[in-house]
Design a protein around this ligand. Structure first.
Ligand code: HEC
Length: 165
């Protein structure tokens, strides 16, 4: 996130999901919080997309110490003020510090799932043939399975958000 930029909650999914994460936060966590990731499927840039956000909590005291120190720096205070965010936030261990967002376009995933089903069907068919025609006098058709190419893995984009307040 750009220093001084408005908190990274750029669109309605991010605002909605962040609210859901904030609702799970506790004022005095006694141990790690059982964060539930937030997700929904929506059209993003014209593509059916699975949008997923999970908490990035203060997992260790080092996070808390360093970030609470950062919040007190004049530069950070100025940045928070410019962003309209309350200043002097002091995190406690296990509290919500930020979030990780992942967007997975589903068009390619769906296309691959279809391709995978077709492949499975062919393999099953091949096994059936082999079982039925156990006699050696038959020449069996050879099934050539095309391994899904690496490059076609469903792309996801991860973004780290820091809504700040
Ligand atoms: C030694 C200092 C230090 C420690 C330790 C540290 N951070 Fe950070 N963290 C930073 C700094 C510096 C930034 C960038 C701040 C900015 O850009 O405003 C940052 C950014 C972040 C962000 C916002 C991401 C972004 O791009 O702005 C989150 C969320 C975050 N840290 C969480 C954590 C968590 C969780 C831990 C512990 C597991 C942790 N940090 C440990 C210094 C630290």
């Amino acid at each position: 996130m750009e220093p001084g930029a408005k908190p990274g909650l750029a669109d309605s999914f991010q605002r909605w999901a962040w609210q859901q994460l904030e609702a799970q936060d506790r004022p005095e966590p006694e141990g790690p919080i059982d964060w539930k990731p937030i997700w929904r499927i929506e059209t993003l840039n014209g593509v059916n997309t699975l949008r997923y956000m999970r908490a990035d909590p203060a997992a260790s005291t080092t996070c808390v110490e360093c970030h609470n120190r950062l919040e007190q720096r004049p530069e950070t205070v100025a940045m928070r003020l410019a962003g309209g965010i309350s200043t002097g936030k002091m995190w406690k261990l296990h509290q919500l510090m930020g979030a990780l967002e992942i967007n997975i376009p589903l068009d390619r995933v769906e296309a691959r799932a279809e391709e995978h089903n077709r492949l499975t069907f062919m393999v099953v068919l091949g096994c059936c043939c082999r079982a039925c025609c156990a006699s050696d006098s038959w020449s069996l058709p050879t099934w050539r399975a095309r391994a899904p190419s690496r490059g076609s893995s469903p792309g996801g984009r991860a973004t780290i958000l820091s809504p700040g307040s």
